[in-house]
Ligand binder design. Structure first.
Ligand SMILES: CC(C)(COP(=O)(O)OP(=O)(O)OC[C@H]1O[C@@H](n2cnc3c(N)ncnc32)[C@H](O)[C@@H]1OP(=O)(O)O)[C@@H](O)C(=O)NCCC(=O)NCCS
Length: 204
């Protein structure tokens, strides 16, 4: 198993992977009535390697893409130290540590590229993903109540984030008081949760 960075040159194979994943109508992923288009895929791919704005990390197994993570840095000056990402792994390869490896890859890339805050949105019924994010040190920062209606369910969008910047960096409260950032209070993630879903063979 190998993680590499995709660019626009990889458009066809990344599109093939993404449209395959969305066809599965997995829990927690938005349904695209027209499928996952090439145009949409393009938005996730940097034009060339070395981009500081976008990362599309792909995982190959036997030459086939089996997982991907796409990060985009925010563009407004007040937000540019952070960005947002989404990710997926092919169900045949779930629970083999690929999602964790992708998050570790993102974190190293983010530190190298001076990204200080990683953010994501996840549906409240997406237990697998919430467990993974908590395990990797992401905290729940809020929610958008009843934001989703899917398969007869009304769901919240959970906002999660991880601060990568040095814990001694200062931030200012609304009142103007300077406080030291507190260490991330990482909850015990999904302790004792049984393995669920498909348990594939070795990932190589
Ligand atoms: C969420 C997702 C990326 C996890 O990928 P993965 O490669 O299976 O993740 P990992 O193997 O690294 O799992 C890491 C931890 O996450 C948790 N986890 C992942 N899948 C789980 C499951 N099916 N049940 C319970 N916990 C799960 C566990 O704590 C696991 O650690 P463990 O196996 O040591 O117990 C994958 O399930 C997926 O692609 N889902 C569909 C797309 C999606 O929901 N993307 C996120 C949208 S916000």
């Amino acid at each position: 198993m190998k993680i590499e960075q995709a660019t626009l040159q990889n458009l066809s194979e990344v599109h093939e992977y993404m449209s395959g994943i969305f066809e599965l109508k997995l829990n927690g992923l938005s349904i695209r009535p027209n499928g996952f288009t090439k145009e949409e895929t393009k938005q996730y791919l940097p034009e060339a390697s070395g981009s500081k704005e976008k990362l599309c990390a792909i995982v190959r197994y036997n030459d086939k893409i089996v997982g991907q993570l796409s990060f985009s840095r925010y563009s407004k000056p007040e937000y540019v130290h952070g960005g947002k990402f989404g990710m997926s792994v092919s169900p045949d390869h779930w629970r083999n540590g690929i999602g964790s490896r992708l998050l570790e890859y993102l974190e190293s890339w983010a530190i190298e590229n001076e990204v200080e805050k990683l953010e994501l949105e996840v549906w409240s019924n997406n237990e697998n993903a919430i467990c993974l994010y908590k395990k990797k040190g992401y905290e729940v920062e809020g929610s958008r109540k009843n934001a989703i209606k899917a398969n007869g369910q009304v769901l919240d969008v959970i906002l999660m984030g991880k601060i990568l910047a040095n814990k001694t960096s200062h931030r200012t409260h609304a009142g103007g008081e300077m406080l030291l950032c507190e260490a991330n209070n990482i909850e015990e993630p999904c302790a004792g949760k049984p393995h669920a879903g498909i348990v594939p063979g070795a990932t190589g």
